[in-house]
Design a protein around this ligand. Structure first.
Ligand SMILES: [Fe+2]
Length: 213
């Protein structure tokens, strides 16, 4: 099986929404639909696949702004980090002025880390990766050396830790955990900017220089 990933960069904060499925599969997953629901739905339709679930890494508004309309249009259940369910439900209370409006959504399923989800023909391990936000999770696709890590790790950078619930040492521990559990060749599909690999970031990302080797 090989993994098919389509990246759509959406909204004014240029957030990466991903559509993933086993190559050519009839079912797909939508991860972090942040904004531009119509565009995301059109991209899904182009694949010809049915959306089996919507996955969320964390509930900053730029990652979840289109959850409600995409869920309503597809009927797919939404998997939300347990600690951030109240944010998804009341999104406008957590949205910076000048953005939105967005519609809140009551999560259908919660994830906290430690689960393995069997969805759309994929097995995804859920890894708890707090630090950027308190409930942040990373989805690791079994057998594919691919992680969808939201705002944990970027090409040459890391997620900001100055927002409510953020913590720098916690974020670095989360990144260290991902590095220890995956091969250096593992592709990182991040919430902003381009894809990278864990090995490339370990070797060159200045924010990771202080990690134990
Ligand atoms: Fe974020």
């Amino acid at each position: 099986m090989s993994l098919e990933v389509r990246q759509l960069t959406v909204g004014p904060i240029a957030e990466n929404c991903f559509i993933l499925r086993p190559e050519g599969g009839g079912k797909a997953l939508v991860l972090d639909p942040g904004e531009e629901a119509e565009r995301i739905l059109a991209a899904v339709e182009e694949t010809g696949a049915e959306v089996e679930a919507i996955l969320i890494t964390h509930c900053h508004f730029d990652h979840i702004g289109a959850v409600a309309p995409v869920a309503k249009a597809t009927g797919a259940p939404v998997y939300c980090p347990e600690l951030e369910v109240p944010v998804l439900a009341d999104i406008m209370s957590y949205t910076m002025p000048g953005f939105g409006p967005f519609e809140g959504y009551e999560a259908d399923e919660t994830v906290a880390g430690g689960e393995t989800l069997e969805l759309a023909g994929l097995s995804l391990d859920v890894v708890f990766t707090p630090g950027h936000s308190p409930g942040h999770v990373t989805y690791s696709v079994r057998g594919e050396e691919a992680i969808f890590s939201g705002d944990v790790l970027f090409q040459g950078s890391v997620g900001r830790v100055d927002l409510p619930g953020g913590d720098g040492p916690t974020l670095l521990r989360s990144i260290q955990g991902l590095i220890e559990a995956h091969s250096p060749e593992t592709t990182v599909y991040p919430g902003h900017m381009g894809t990278t690999t864990l090995g490339a970031e370990r070797a060159t990302n200045p924010f990771l220089a202080q990690l134990p080797s």
